[in-house]
Design a protein around this ligand. Structure first.
Ligand SMILES: Cc1cc2nc3c(=O)[nH]c(=O)nc-3n(C[C@H](O)[C@H](O)[C@H](O)COP(=O)(O)OP(=O)(O)OC[C@H]3O[C@@H](n4cnc5c(N)ncnc54)[C@H](O)[C@@H]3O)c2cc1C
Length: 316
């Protein structure tokens, strides 16, 4: 059985749901799924991981005081070596972007981030390039393989298994040379875009920062994340972490709502794989209107309050 390492991420003490899609994608008869859990009580996670076919949970405990990507990457590499893991899959999330390249560098291994399809036997992946205009197929060679998956590209499917939990204490030898002095949240108050099933994004049509409240009000009822076009970010209305597009986050939600966004090529590059796109725009000829599943021609300042009222009246 080939052990496949899954780098597990948590939010608010819970495993991020996108990890279960990752486990589903990695599962095969000839493989053993090994979850690597760093500095989080793995016993709590065991049952959730077992439901998706994980048979070993490695409970990595480092001596770092909180988040430290250098120490955590060294610990992940040590745990991989201890467990005979040559293939590691993580999410293309902020944490994944910090850890996976460090792991790959330590192992001198090839790394592809933002994979939308992974063939673990052939070491071949698909990832979008050139603003999503082409899909590249990349073959990797080496002794180790590191993959960053785009969240939500594979729907989680349960396959219950029994898992053992192994403790793996790790002490960084001579210190990491890396100290986290301060951590600030992005201020968006929103869940991370790439992992959300529903995203409501706003653009220049929102006119200012305050009006983004209209989007957050609707998003709350749908457990949705709020995104933005680059114009909204460049104007300082919302933080960069909310930008969707070529130079922002690439998302793959079930529903993407573009409000007051024209639908530039660069914006599409970040959301074109959304399953359903809904646009709200005053201009029936805006590019987004020709490239969406549903649209409303109208003023967002009329539509969003009405939508919020309708959503609030729905019993869940
Ligand atoms: C190298 C490069 C990288 C880039 N990367 C990105 C990126 O990652 N993400 C990104 O988004 N952009 C990116 N851009 C910028 C991109 O080209 C566009 O300028 C930007 O996407 C436009 O944002 P927008 O749709 O909000 O604004 P606009 O194009 O100005 O569109 C605003 C829309 O709002 C509508 N509207 C106005 N008022 C209302 C109302 N009251 N109700 C309803 N609708 C209304 C208008 O009809 C219009 O369609 C990049 C550009 C370059 C050159």
């Amino acid at each position: 059985m080939q052990p496949i390492g899954l780098l597990i991420e948590f939010k608010g003490g819970q495993i991020k749901p996108a990890n279960f899609g990752m486990a589903t994608a990695a599962r095969a008869e000839n493989r053993q799924l090994v979850a690597l859990v760093v500095d989080t009580p793995a016993n709590d996670a065991k049952a959730a991981l077992e439901a998706y076919g994980v048979t070993r949970v490695v409970n990595i405990r480092t001596d770092s005081n909180g988040w430290n990507p250098a120490v955590h990457a060294a610990a992940v590499v040590a745990a991989m070596q201890e467990n005979g893991i040559t293939t590691l899959i993580g999410l293309t999330s902020p944490t994944g972007r910090e850890l996976l390249p460090r792991v790959a560098a330590r192992l001198d291994a090839p790394l592809v981030m933002d994979c939308i399809d992974i063939d673990l036997d052939a070491h071949r992946v698909k990832t979008s390039q050139y603003s999503g205009k082409t899909i590249a197929t990349i073959s990797m060679t080496g002794s180790h393989f590191i993959y960053g998956m785009r969240a939500n590209v594979v729907a989680p499917e349960e396959a219950p298994a029994a898992a053992e939990v192994i403790d793996f204490p790790f002490a960084a030898d001579q210190g990491s040379g890396f100290e986290v002095i301060e951590t600030r949240t992005d201020g968006s108050g929103s869940q991370h875009l790439a992992e959300s099933d529903i995203i409501i994004s706003g653009g220049r049509g929102l006119k200012n920062a305050e009006n983004f409240k209209l989007l957050f009000d609707c998003a709350r009822h749908l457990n949705a994340a709020v995104g933005a076009s680059r114009v909204a970010v460049d104007n300082g209305w919302v933080p960069y972490a909310m930008q969707v597009g070529q130079t922002g986050v690439k998302v793959n939600p079930k529903v993407y709502m573009a409000v007051g966004i024209s639908g530039s090529i660069q914006h599409f590059a970040g959301m074109k794989t959304a399953k359903t796109v809904i646009a709200i725009n005053t201009d029936a000829k805006a590019a987004i209107m020709a490239n969406c599943d549903y649209f409303v021609v109208g003023d967002l300042f009329d539509i969003l309050p009405a939508l919020e009222k309708a959503l609030a009246s729905v019993k869940r």
